[in-house]
Unconditional design. Structure first.
Length: 197
């Protein structure tokens, strides 16, 4: 039996209009970028290795390669809307549009998806601790100010837990996460793997 060829997902006019609206680019620019993406990734999808290569190309810091690999895994997973392990052209362009120039709330929803490793709609303490470690390593922030911001995050999470029953403690919904980040720009800046502010 021969291997089955999967046809790449093409962008519809509605997709192009949506990306154009969210990215503030004109539709022609979106189509041009789409054509470049198709040329760079002709199979129709972006593999995790492509995401890692891209991040390493823009960060240029050898001592952060392990951190960049972890972040690339998280970003790749958050863009993979249908959870098939690949990011198709449409998923990438929509994710990129929302994380680079959508509304702050839309961008923070993607940040939440980055943290929600098991895609259960909530993030737990372990998921947050992991991403705090990645974010502080990537940004090279290991100073007193960073410790203060992390402590503010812990305080905000503890306050949030006060009103929850035991079965829901240490589990944060997307709305709760976004509210915490909107209320504290420093926490938002620290935890965002994308440029969201």
């Amino acid at each position: 039996m021969g291997s089955k060829s999967v046809k790449p997902v093409e962008l519809s006019k509605e997709d192009i209009d949506f990306i154009s609206q969210k990215s503030k680019l004109d539709p022609e620019s979106v189509e041009e970028w789409y054509e470049k993406l198709k040329a760079a990734c002709p199979k129709g999808s972006i593999e995790k290795a492509d995401t890692k290569r891209f991040l390493k190309a823009i960060v240029h810091e050898k001592d952060k390669e392990e951190t960049i690999d972890k972040l690339a895994d998280e970003i790749h997973r958050s863009f993979d809307e249908n959870n098939d392990g690949k990011v198709d052209w449409r998923e990438f362009l929509i994710g990129f549009a929302l994380t680079s120039s959508g509304s702050l709330e839309e961008r923070l929803k993607y940040v939440f998806r980055t943290y929600d490793r098991d895609n259960d709609g909530v993030i737990n303490k372990k998921e947050i601790d992991r991403m705090v470690k990645i974010a502080t390593s990537l940004h090279g922030k290991h100073d007193d100010n960073t410790e203060r911001i992390v402590e503010e995050l812990r305080t905000a999470l503890e306050k949030l837990n006060e009103d929850k029953d035991a079965s829901h403690r240490d589990r944060i919904t997307s709305d709760e996460f976004i509210r915490i980040l909107l209320e504290n720009k420093e926490i938002c800046d620290l935890l965002s793997p994308f440029n969201v502010t």
